[in-house]
Design a protein around this ligand. Sequence first.
Ligand SMILES: *Cc1c(COP(=O)(O)O)cnc(C)c1O
Length: 495
Amino acid sequence: MEVLYTNTRDASETVRASQAILNGLAKDSGLYVPTVIPKLDIPVDELAGMTYQETAYAVMSRFLTDFTEEELRTCIARAYDSKFDTPKIAPLVCADGAYYLELFHGATIAFKDMALSILPHLLITSARKNHVENDIVILTATSGDTGKAALAGFAGVDGTKIIVFYPKNGVSPIQEKQMVTQRGDNTLVVGIHGNFDQAQTGVKQMFSDDGLKAELGAAGYQFSSANSINIGRLVPQIVYYVYAYAQMIAGGEITSGESINVVVPTGNFGNILAAFYAKNMGLPIDRLICASNENKVLYDFFSTGMYDRNREFILTSSPSMDILISSNLERLIYRIAGEDAEKNAYLMNRLAETGKYMITTDMRRQLGTFYGGFADESETAAEIRRLYLDTGYVVDTHTAVASAVYQKYRSETGDTRKTVIASTASPFKFTRSVMNAIDEKYDAMSDFELVDELSGLAKVKVPQAIEEIRNAAVIHDTECDVDGMQDVVKKFLGI
Ligand SMILES: *Cc1c(COP(=O)(O)O)cnc(C)c1O
């Protein structure tokens, strides 16, 4: 059965999977959603015997129905290889009775790698399937983390080039070092003399510049983006929930058909939406626990039915969750609005115009499977410390938000169902916050002293991604003014 993708804001637009991946965003800023969620018609015992790559094929082939078996298997093999530091790709670690699903074993030691290591292959395959012969040029402005994950994903992928702009004085020294040491002839990293907004505006201008588009086309190139709302990033994220469940079966932790809960530290709502899709495929998930930090727009939404972004933006120790507009929530809103594009478009326009919207009682009733919780900065730090002291297991700040919310959920509801906590970053990525949470004495140490200290304390080897920053040579030293961004792009592409 072919799965098609329709626009959440315009019911008249329906495309195939490869077109949805190639387009990224649908018309009128809508998002692509599958018109049906395919069933996971594979016996659990069979799933329990599968590798990560086999699970990926089982899940993704049901969504990306216009890819041939060979195309999809090739994409999967190229994505989930030795870039990951464990053959399990996403191992499940039991600590204090919960199951931490470690999504941080890829190139940049955070969960974005799970999708960004396969997106380039899906994108280039989609281009060829749709007779796009141009090379794809990814343009990205980054305030830090996404830039590196995209660079690592696209580096060395034939038929693609990637150019990342970052504010020269606006990212952390470690983030800068991660980017400027990126290898790969098809990569370019540029520090701009300006802030993140200016970098982003410059990129948007290039995307909408018809003259530039024509010049690019004549030279055999076209722009694309690796945005987090691309269906090519969402579908690969469903895989690890199925894999986690299968691993629990294989390990005798649960019996076939037994339901589990899932807790997800949430920002843009992409990761938890993937868990929701896994549930809709038939995976026995009971509650979906949405964990927020102090930017608790989603907690308020689940408790009141009102989404309201009009509030102070708070900088926390879990920066990847510092978000006031969770773009992927639109896909859930569309769903609970009865897959009514008009109703959804109305609410999204309210959001754009007033910064808020209220859903109906009927829509709220369909959210029963979700539980919203949040943890503030001190609760997050306390959870890192508690877990370490009780079990020796060290989690990062984002995972700690989820873990703290799970503790609250359990004491509030008494629900003792087996629970998977999505662990979205290595503690080595947020070493200072993690070590300070464990003991204030670490405050005086340098960043790399802390890395070694954490390694000893957690009994975990320092990840390759961190060793690289310590030793690797700087490869990229291009800088430019805000109005010189286009020239840099043209020079790199030789046009
Ligand atoms: C991006 C990110 C999140 C949030 O995931 P969403 O899919 O945006 O909800 C959580 N933790 C880390 C470490 C991340 O990088």
